[in-house]
Design a protein around this ligand. Structure first.
Ligand SMILES: [Zn+2]
Length: 179
C-alpha cells in the first residue's frame, strides 16, 4: 500500500511538472506578425543557410510553429516572419515539422496541379503545378541530418515553403499555369 501511494504521488508530481514545463514553454512562445505583399523585399530575398542550430534558431522554430498554428496554416517560411534564415515549417503527415536548411534533392517528372493559397498573399488562390513526389534533405530542430521522400499534399507544402526560401511566391507560377 505504501509503495502504491508513493508511486501515485510520484506520478502526480511528474504530471504536474510536465504541465508546468509546458506552461513555461507556451509562455515563452510567441505568435509573430506575418509579412504580406507580392513585392515586399524580405519575401523576395534568398535566405541564408543556418550554420548551426543554436538556441536562437530553436526559438525561431517554436515561434514559427505557434504562428502557423494560430494562422491555421499548413506551413510557414522564415521570410514570412521577417527573418532571413533558411528555415521553414511544413505540415507533413498532418504534423508541423521544422525544416532547417531544406534542399529538394530529387523531383519526380510526374506533376500535379492543385490550388494553393499563401499566408503572405491573403485572398489569392492559384493553380500551381508541382512535382508529385520529392526527396528532401534537412536538419531537424535537434540539428540532425534527415531525409524524407514525400508525395501528394506533403510534397506540395514542402515545395511551396522551399520556394519561399528562394524568394519565390505562388503568383510567379501564374505564367507557367497559363502556358
Ligand atoms: Zn506561402
Amino acid at each position: 500500500m505504501h509503495t502504491s501511494l508513493h508511486r501515485q504521488r510520484k506520478f502526480v508530481h511528474i504530471f504536474l511538472l510536465t504541465i508546468w514545463k509546458k506552461a513555461i514553454l507556451r509562455l515563452k512562445m510567441a505568435v509573430l506578425p506575418i509579412v504580406t505583399g507580392e513585392r515586399t523585399p524580405i519575401l523576395r530575398a534568398k535566405t541564408k543557410p543556418v550554420s548551426k542550430v543554436t538556441k536562437d534558431v530553436v526559438t525561431l522554430i517554436r515561434d514559427m510553429e505557434e504562428t502557423t498554428r494560430a494562422a491555421k496554416g499548413a506551413g510557414l517560411a522564415a521570410p514570412q516572419v521577417n527573418r532571413s534564415e533558411r528555415v521553414c515549417i511544413a505540415m507533413i503527415s498532418k504534423k508541423l515539422v521544422p525544416l532547417v536548411n531544406p534542399e529538394i534533392t530529387w523531383r519526380s517528372r510526374e506533376r500535379e496541379t492543385a490550388e494553393e493559397g499563401c499566408l503572405s498573399l491573403p485572398d489569392i488562390w492559384i493553380q500551381v503545378p508541382r512535382a508529385a513526389e520529392i526527396i528532401i534533405q534537412f536538419l531537424s530542430a535537434a540539428g540532425r541530418q534527415r531525409e524524407l521522400k514525400l508525395s501528394g499534399f506533403d510534397a506540395r507544402v514542402v515545395q511551396h515553403e522551399v520556394d519561399h526560401l528562394e524568394g519565390i511566391l505562388i503568383t510567379d507560377h501564374k505564367r507557367e499555369n497559363i502556358l
